[in-house]
Design a protein around this ligand. Structure first.
Ligand code: ADP
Length: 411
């Protein structure tokens, strides 16, 4: 997908999502205020009816309204009338003497302050009361907010749920786009690297063939052997390279199986070590083997185990800035065969150690070294180890070197 199309989609999506959130916000506020108005109207209607009924009940000649009816009766009358108006909460009720600024009655003295300041205050002076004082019935709704919320909640929850779903979809789409982009990048990097990796050995083989064609050189047996060795090494290098790519692709398939048989790990190590002789001598490096595992025969897939050892030694050489010094050792530890491949190369930082086994992951090298690769070697090694029910570990320190430790079950 083209960059501008991606930016366009992201922008439209972002604007739409933000607009939706803003609209929802205002809509929710409107719902709260509509519910608030309906609540006030309901309370007003209920209280009109309450006062009408109390007026009728008042004993003529009373000094104050309270003398004429029972307070409990007042509480339940108000609750009943509120319910008839769709308000199913019990308010705190007070009868207030406006002249003396005191309560004749309050259903919950803890809320007297709230009752005093309440906007739900109704003039109450039944015809039968002879006092000149001003009386009010005041109501307080400590749980009114809850009531209003309860009535708006469904709407609010649904709105936010929908906004959340849209936001989640937006994030998922963004991540999918980013992944797609990363994949595209990795694909083109992979093709670049592969072209480079294959071109180099091909050029070396071509050059060695040219040399062998030259009669003066080909007649000298030492030179001839040297060039044949170069061709052999480069050929082996390409074989493992192609094999790693192919096998790694095959391993992504769930139906992939290995073909285990009894193999001598020491034989495999010796064979692979042999194939690095020329590369090591060209770089003035060395490869030491400490083959202590006894027995050294395990049940494994020979081809994959060979590629595994090759990849680890190859990395050890590739990622050594100076003359490579590689050690391959084996031992029996806890009835398992332990294979260690160590180098004194550039090492891997703690952060990169967490990722080097991921497919296509390559440590960003900066100017430190310029080694080409695909970032699939270690992932392939991990897959092989897993298929053999083994375990892989990495010990490494930046600038000091790395040790890959592989444990494989015995027969
Ligand atoms: P490639 O070598 O093709 O890049 P790998 O999967 O073999 O891919 O390795 C992944 C990354 O891990 C490499 O790019 C390199 O940065 C780092 N790495 C692997 N082996 C070593 C090692 N022995 N020493 C230092 N870094 C290593």
């Amino acid at each position: 997908m083209k960059r501008w199309i991606r930016i366009f989609i992201i922008s439209v999506f972002a604007i739409a999502a933000v607009s939706l959130v803003v609209i929802q916000f205002y809509q929710t506020r409107r719902t709260f205020s509509i519910n608030d108005n309906m609540f006030n109207i309901g309370v007003g209607n209920a209280m009109d009816e309450v006062i009408k009924q109390l007026d009728a009940e008042t004993t003529m000649g009373s000094d104050e309204p309270a003398a004429s009816f029972s307070y409990q009766g007042l509480d339940s009358l108000i609750a009943e009338q509120l319910l008839l108006n769709g308000i199913d909460i019990h308010p705190v009720v007070g009868i207030y003497n406006g002249n003396e600024r005191s309560f004749l009655y309050s259903s919950d003295p803890r809320h007297e302050k709230q009752l005093e300041e309440s906007p739900y205050r109704y003039n109450f002076h039944p015809a039968g009361v002879v006092s000149n004082n001003q009386f009010f019935i005041t109501l307080a709704f400590p749980t009114a907010q809850l009531f209003l919320q309860r009535h708006s909640n469904l709407f609010v929850y649904m709105s936010f749920f929908l906004v959340l779903i849209i936001a989640a979809m937006f994030v998922i789409s963004l991540r999918a786009l980013a992944n797609q982009r990363k994949l595209d990048q990795m694909k083109s990097e992979f093709i670049n690297n592969m072209t480079h990796e294959i071109k180099t050995p091909l050029a070396t083989i071509g050059l060695a063939c040219e040399m062998l064609r030259d009669e003066t050189i080909s007649q000298d047996s030492a030179s001839r052997q040297n060039f044949i060795g170069i061709i052999n090494d480069e050929n082996q290098r390409m074989r493992v390279l192609v094999e790693t790519i192919l096998q790694s692709a095959k391993m992504s398939n769930k139906n992939f199986h290995i073909s285990p048989k009894e193999v001598d790990v020491h034989q495999i190590i010796k064979k692979v070590a042999q194939s690095f002789t020329l590369t090591l001598s060209n770089r003035g490096g060395s490869l030491e083997t400490q083959l202590n595992a006894d027995p050294s025969v395990i049940e494994a897939d020979e081809l994959h185990l060979t590629n595994l050892v090759y990849n680890l030694i190859d990395n050890g050489i590739k990622y050594s800035a100076n003359a490579p010094a590689i050690t391959v050792s084996t031992a029996i530890v806890d009835h398992q065969l332990e294979l260690r491949v160590s180098d004194h190369g550039i090492g891997i930082s703690k952060e990169d150690q967490k990722h080097v086994f991921e497919k296509f992951y390559r440590v960003s090298t900066g100017d430190v070294h310029n080694v080409k690769g695909f970032g699939i070697g270690l992932n392939y090694v991990t897959q092989v180890v897993k298929l053999h029910q083994g375990h892989i570990a990495l010990e490494s320190e930046l600038g000091k070197g790395s040790t890959f430790i592989i444990t494989l079950p015995m027969c």
